[in-house]
Design a protein around this ligand. Structure first.
Ligand SMILES: Nc1ncnc2c1ncn2[C@@H]1O[C@H](COP(=O)(O)OP(=O)(O)OP(=O)(O)O)[C@@H](O)[C@H]1O
Length: 472
């Protein structure tokens, strides 16, 4: 039996948690505030403290820091409804055994308690909390998971692989890892594999000597060299050519590289954060990405949820972007409840970037101070499917690649048995026919003519694809 002290100002939470922990056979004492917590710990230390952060007479993490300075072996679990990245990071800095955003699952707490009591705390770290405004907005459970991972890796040099759709904030996560870690004094260098001609990627990454290739007028330090002592963000790593992947793998294994056309070996001290909106595991399956490199990069995977899975974060982000627009001198606007509901109902294929652009446009264009649902619909209208995809930076090539990657995952046989062409074409054909039907008021004759298909052929395809006609 262990002695657990639970500090929380909410009487209902105290009762429920204390009961759950007692059921596990432990002796539980509760404190509603820091004054009581101090009285109790002065009388005798428990084996474990579980504490809330915002308490009526102070900050739980600050109080634990003082106590742990004197008793670094004492394990602490932090629970908080103030579930921001800052809280997750502060809990990690405290050396808390676990951080559980509220509302938490009692099983999760029981697991954390069992772990903390057996293993004891991680090494205490006395650094001051980071109070600067942090860039990542959002409190949804999906983002909590992201914050917890970030908080765990900031004090390390582990390689992080951020996966997420376009515009979900992958670069922002990479920057947060850099800014909150000990490399903050060093450079943060980003390179986007999709934005650089394939033949120049190696020279960009590793640098080149004068005359190494046509046009190389002088020696150029590559991004690895530029990032020395800091963090290198390899964006859209899935677009890296295979030869460059081989070279990158060698650098990650040895910490050394040679410039293109150079005989010199350069040592690097760089933390790598890589990102991709493509499914790297699927790329490995179809031979476009080296499996060994994938495992080297995915030491700590971070899955950034698409915006449509972040619920109320949409409202938080929209308000944040409206505030940012006002600070930049654009008119100050607010959202009506209906406008917010319209934002929540949208599926955000371009994710946070799409929301940011939309909000800025609304801030400029809305006539009234309060943005209503009609203004949101007007801004969202006409930018569906293809237009929004393009805005999100996706190309037709990306779309087709995604289809192939999905098939590789879900029906690997389709990549071997000669049916791939028909599968992909069917997937492209459906939206094409749907778009043209919508354009022509669902009139089959006009749609067939516009597509250059015989009317019977169109009818057959509609049947085969199971497309149901709307009315004019
Ligand atoms: N959680 C967030 N809070 C505030 N702003 C965000 C958040 N996530 C993304 N943004 C903003 O959305 C925009 C897109 O973010 P970012 O460039 O990091 O996305 P990305 O996933 O790297 O996109 P891509 O895959 O297209 O490179 C940026 O302007 C960024 O500041």
């Amino acid at each position: 039996m262990s002695r657990i002290l639970f500090v929380d100002d909410d009487a209902a939470v105290r009762t429920v948690v204390a009961q759950a922990l007692r059921r596990g056979g432990d002796e539980v004492t509760v404190a509603p505030d820091l004054a009581q917590f101090r009285r109790l710990t002065a009388a005798g230390l428990p084996d474990l403290i579980v504490t809330d952060v915002v308490l009526p007479d102070g900050d739980g993490i600050d109080a634990m820091r003082d106590l742990r300075a004197r008793h670094p072996e004492l394990p602490v679990i932090v629970v908080s409804a103030r579930n921001t990245l800052t809280t997750a990071v502060r809990a990690a800095e405290l050396g808390a055994y676990e951080y559980l955003p509220k509302p938490f699952d009692l099983d999760a707490l029981a697991r954390a308690v069992a772990g903390a009591l057996m293993r004891g705390p991680a090494a205490a770290d006395a650094t001051e909390p980071e109070d600067a405004a942090l860039p990542l907005i959002g409190r949804s459970p999906a983002m909590q998971e992201v914050y917890r991972t970030i908080a765990r890796v900031v004090a390390t040099d582990l390689t992080v692989l951020v996966a997420g759709e376009s515009g979900t904030g992958k670069e922002l996560v990479a920057r947060a890892i850099h800014d909150l870690g000990r490399r903050v004094g060093g450079p943060f260098v980003a390179i986007n594999m999709a934005a650089i001609p394939r033949e120049l990627i190696e020279a960009e990454l590793f640098g080149h000597e004068r005359g190494a290739f046509t046009g190389a007028a002088q020696r150029h330090a590559g991004r690895f060299e530029q990032a020395n002592g800091g963090t290198l963000f390899l964006d859209e790593i899935g677009d890296m050519p295979l030869e460059a992947q081989t070279r990158l793998l060698r650098v990650l294994q040895t910490g050394e590289f040679t410039t293109v056309g150079g005989a010199r070996t350069i040592r690097t001290d760089v933390r790598i954060v890589a990102a991709s909106h493509r499914d790297l595991a699927a790329l490995v399956a179809i031979g476009q990405f080296r499996e060994d490199l994938f495992y080297r990069l995915a030491v700590v995977p971070v899955a950034l949820p698409p915006l449509r899975e972040r619920g109320d974060d949409i409202g938080l982000l929209a308000r944040h972007f409206l505030d940012a627009a006002a600070i930049e001198g654009l008119p100050r606007r607010t959202l009506s409840d209906d406008a917010l509901a319209a934002l929540l109902a949208h599926d955000w294929p371009g994710n946070v970037r799409e929301l940011e652009n939309l909000v800025r446009r609304l801030a400029v264009l809305a006539r009234d101070e309060v943005i209503d649902a009609a203004a949101v619909h007007a801004s969202l209208g006409g930018r569906r499917s293809l237009a929004t995809d393009t805005q999100a930076g996706a190309t037709v090539g990306d779309a087709v690649r995604q289809i192939v990657e999905r098939l590789a995952r879900e029906r690997p046989a389709a990549l071997e048995d000669g049916s791939l062409y028909d599968h992909v074409i069917a997937e492209v054909e459906r939206p094409l026919i749907e778009i043209m039907l919508a354009r022509h008021g669902h009139n089959q004759l006009r749609t067939a003519r516009a597509l250059g298909l015989n009317r019977n052929t169109l009818r057959k395809r509609l049947d085969q694809l199971g497309i149901v006609l709307g009315t004019e």
